[in-house]
Design a protein around this ligand. Structure first.
Ligand code: FES
Length: 354
């Protein structure tokens, strides 16, 4: 059973419960502790140590994201010792990769960049030693640049714990450690289903949307929250718009249900139909063997005439209606009502059942 008690963070008495971490209690109380490897909805691994804090009587600094609270705990989050440790961690992460912000797609939307700025690091004390990985552009949806990977493991946990696809994991050790599908395969040759959860989870520019490369900076992009049109689940998503075009689709983990920010391949990468030149924007009626553009009034009159004619000649049950999972529940309700009450048949079905 959860027990309530108080702990002290930076001189402030705050309420906590058994099972919570120091990070959770701090965030609930508006106390900022930086994180990188921590990712909501996945297990706490304590990999990056950016959330280092002091706990009175502890032998060393501890990771706030993994340390459970205890009654009477005294925690300090902003001492010089804590700040120096965070600075060292961030300098090491920076120097172990090629974090060239000038052309990075995540410039302006990078948690490592934010930390470097916040900690006031001009440049790392260590020699920058990029691992020299090739940029992976072998599929049309996701670009990977492992030179910008900080091995936080967020993509691995997002893949395995949120989407449960089990495609990504760590391989090799030490400075050769890297993240990816088994046997060093690229995404397209692996079992990846291209849900794009790893792209949303990546805190740097290591995994990005290929279609959005050089299409617009994050601060030039407007986010429009909408409902996915692909199925009846009603996933909430953000269309990222630049110059009137959708350049990428991101999940917003603050939206909550039904998808908590997760998306499938269609919702994430299937929105190019919106601007596609072949998209139908007006009804077409075949006249003299040719499909010709018509107004909605002409189309409705045409459909009504044909339905009346078929019904009177062959009976109501010669007509069937198939509705769509893209419609709302209310629209589908009206459709079946129309088929039953107006056409007079129970021949009605729905593509989501197939
Ligand atoms: Fe706590 Fe990485 S956020 S160790």
């Amino acid at each position: 059973m959860s027990e309530q008690f108080t702990i002290n963070i930076d001189g402030k008495e705050v309420r906590a419960m058994t099972g919570q971490t120091i990070l959770e209690v701090a965030r609930e109380n508006g106390i900022f502790i930086p994180t990188l490897c921590h990712y909501k909805g996945t297990s706490n691994v304590g990999a990056c140590r950016v959330c280092a804090i002091e706990v009175e009587n502890a032998r060393s600094l501890v990771a706030a994201c993994t340390m459970p609270v205890n009654p009477g705990m005294i925690v300090r989050t902003d001492t010089e010792r804590v700040k120096n440790a965070r600075r060292l961690v961030v300098e090491l992460l920076w120097s172990s990769g090629d974090h060239n912000c000038l052309t990075c797609e995540s410039n302006g939307n990078c948690e490592l960049q934010d930390l470097v700025y916040e900690l006031g690091i001009e440049k790392p004390r260590f020699t920058i030693d990029p691992p020299g990985y090739d940029l992976e552009l072998t599929n049309s949806m996701i670009a990977r640049d492992l030179n910008k990977c900080i091995l936080c493991g967020r993509c691995v946990r997002a893949c395995n714990e949120i989407q449960v696809n089990d495609v990504l994991d760590f391989s090799y050790r030490s400075s050769h450690a890297k993240v990816g599908p088994a046997f060093g395969a690229d995404y397209i040759s692996s079992n990846c289903v291209f849900c794009g959860e790893c792209v949303d989870a990546c805190p740097t520019g290591a995994i990005t949307f290929k279609s959005a490369r050089f299409m617009g900076r994050p601060w030039e992009t407007a986010k429009v929250k909408t409902t996915c049109t692909y199925c009846g689940v009603g996933c909430q998503l953000d269309l990222n718009i630049h110059n009137g075009k959708i350049i990428k689709v991101t999940g917003n983990r603050e939206h909550g249900l039904p998808n908590e920010g997760s998306l499938c391949v269609k919702g994430r990468f299937g929105m190019s139909f919106v601007d596609h030149p072949d998209r139908l924007k007006t009804p077409l009626i075949r006249k003299e063997g040719e499909l010709q553009e018509a107004t909605w009034e002409e189309a409705y009159d045409y459909i009504a005439d044909k339905l009346k004619m078929i019904k009177s000649e062959f009976g109501s049950d010669s007509i069937a209606g198939l509705s769509s999972a893209r419609c709302s529940n209310e629209e589908n309700y009206l459709f079946q009502k129309f088929m039953r009450a107006v056409i007079g048949t129970n021949n009605v079905d729905h593509c989501a059942r197939l």
